[in-house]
Design a protein around this ligand. Structure first.
Ligand SMILES: Nc1nc2c(ncn2[C@@H]2O[C@H](COP(=O)(O)OP(=O)(O)OP(=O)(O)O)[C@@H](O)[C@H]2O)c(=O)[nH]1
Ligand SMILES: [Mg+2]
Length: 437
């Protein structure tokens, strides 16, 4: 069994056997693990090393490409491995056979063989056939973005609901890939006119996986019903949810505001389970929920299977959208969060933008040229960082509402944040219970 929290499992099952469904490992599971190459370790495995590969669109700036690769390296680290090398290839579009072009593939292969890397990680989702071809060429574990994120979620999920959700997403990821994995065996073994020896095997495997998916969906429905009843029993309290990109400081703020003890860590996806606390500020009671962070290219299957966790956001009366302003790509992160909110059906909710980590924000010296034009990009293609006051004005105009700049770590402007929350929550409360005011 892969060691929890340290070793990257990279395939369904890293938490499955002692996970959601009190499920004892069977020969079927061993088979599924073998299909995706999950290794079982009896002793602590050596630290795994990963080679990162990206094929950015032509329009993407150098700065953006390197920022995305930093994020991928951070994800790898969170999963317990170390990124040792990055390969970038600019193509019109990724190669349909091997994602990268032939020459680049040779380069990667030479590096992997020379350095003995444990895996090659792609900053995108691979098609089942790309996965198969790359595996055959590079002869090491091939990990795509969905598999990586799923693995981290599996390591982090604690509650029965979260574990069931992750397991469901893992099997949904596996299902279309079963064919691919077997077809290459067929090719090796099968001759012309020979019945593929994998045929029956594929069908059996598919049936096992489909049965499991159906079972997990049913289980989630039951858990959903329980959660729904629980939420109903909370009465008519105003509900506020912390949302935002991963690692922006949602849990740290939850701890500050709710005196809760929520796991916060400088790793991606520290929180996979939603936590809700009742809070009373200025005699106004409301519920505050901490939720799972969003990330670019979040696997759709994962979003779908995380329905019950996301209900916490969908049913909220007010969103506290937390932003890490010290991150160079914070504006894009805001966009990713807004797009994800649209995807999950939680767009157009009353929102308070909370810019966090101001202690780490450094404004650039904005240089003006003699004609008074402000320089609009840094030499590396990244946007200049305006002073906080200017950002505040821009975002207030955009949101048509106050925004707040805080440092959860240094506890700067937390009082101002509390006041704004009270103001917004009381307005909702007042609307809902006019007779009480
Ligand atoms: N410098 C600085 N660091 C902060 C601040 N707030 C939070 N952090 C750090 O940022 C990291 C992430 O914080 P979390 O609260 O776990 O972030 P999160 O948004 O809950 O992350 P996920 O649950 O992974 O989505 C931790 O190391 C925090 O200590 C802040 O105001 N300034
Ligand atoms: Mg968190």
């Amino acid at each position: 069994m892969a060691k929890q929290g340290k070793s990257a499992g990279w395939a369904p099952g890293s938490t499955r056997h002692h996970g959601a469904s009190d499920h004892t490992p069977t020969r079927r599971d061993t088979k599924i693990n073998r299909l995706l190459g999950t290794k079982t370790h009896d002793t602590a495995p050596e630290a795994e090393t990963a080679v990162l590969v990206s094929v950015p669109p032509r329009r993407q700036s150098e700065a953006q490409t390197s920022e995305y690769l930093d994020e991928l390296a951070f994800l790898i680290e969170t999963a317990g491995a170390t990124a040792t090398k990055r390969f970038v290839q600019r193509l019109e579009k990724p190669d349909i056979r091997t994602y990268v072009g032939e020459g680049k593939l040779e380069e990667i292969k030479a590096f992997v063989e020379h350095e003995g890397s444990s895996m090659v990680v792609f900053d995108d989702d691979l098609t089942p056939s790309q996965l198969r071809n790359l595996e055959a060429e590079l002869k090491v574990k091939i990990v795509d973005r969905s598999l990586l994120i799923l693995d981290i979620f599996a390591l982090r999920a604690k509650s029965a609901t979260a574990r069931t959700q992750v397991e469901l997403a893992q099997y949904q990821y596996l299902l279309p890939r079963l064919t691919g994995l077997w077809t290459h065996l067929d090719k090796q073994r099968g001759g012309v006119g020979m019945k593929g020896p994998g045929e029956t095997e594929i069908e059996t495997d598919r049936r096992i996986v489909r049965d499991r998916i159906a079972f997990l969906k049913e289980k989630l429905e039951d858990l959903d019903k329980q959660a729904h009843t629980q939420r109903k029993s909370r009465g008519g309290l105003v509900r506020v949810a912390l949302v935002g990109y991963t690692n922006v400081g949602k849990s740290t703020l939850m701890n500050l505001l709710g005196k809760a003890d929520v796991f916060a860590e400088n790793k991606l996806f520290a929180t996979v389970d939603a936590t809700t606390r009742k809070i009373v500020l200025d005699q106004i009671p409301f519920l505050l929920s901490d939720t799972v962070g969003f990330i670019r290219k979040l696997p759709t299957k994962l979003i779908e299977s995380f329905k019950s966790t996301l209900d916490e956001i969908r049913e909220a009366d007010l969103l506290l959208h937390v932003v890490d302003i010290s991150h160079p790509g914070f504006e894009e992160q805001i966009q990713v969060v807004n797009d994800t909110l649209v995807d999950i059906g939680a767009a157009d909710k009353p929102t308070l933008l909370v810019f966090n980590k101001i202690d780490q924000y450094q404004a650039d010296d904005v240089q003006e040229d003699p004609f008074g034009e402000v320089k609009d990009a840094e030499d590396d293609g990244s946007a200049p960082r305006p002073p906080l006051a200017q950002l505040q004005a821009t975002y207030m105009a955009k949101m048509h509402d106050p925004v707040v700049f805080v440092s959860a770590q240094q506890r700067t402007n937390i009082e101002e944040l509390r006041e704004l929350i009270v103001k917004r929550v009381s307005a909702i409360h007042q609307q809902r219970y006019p007779q009480q005011w």
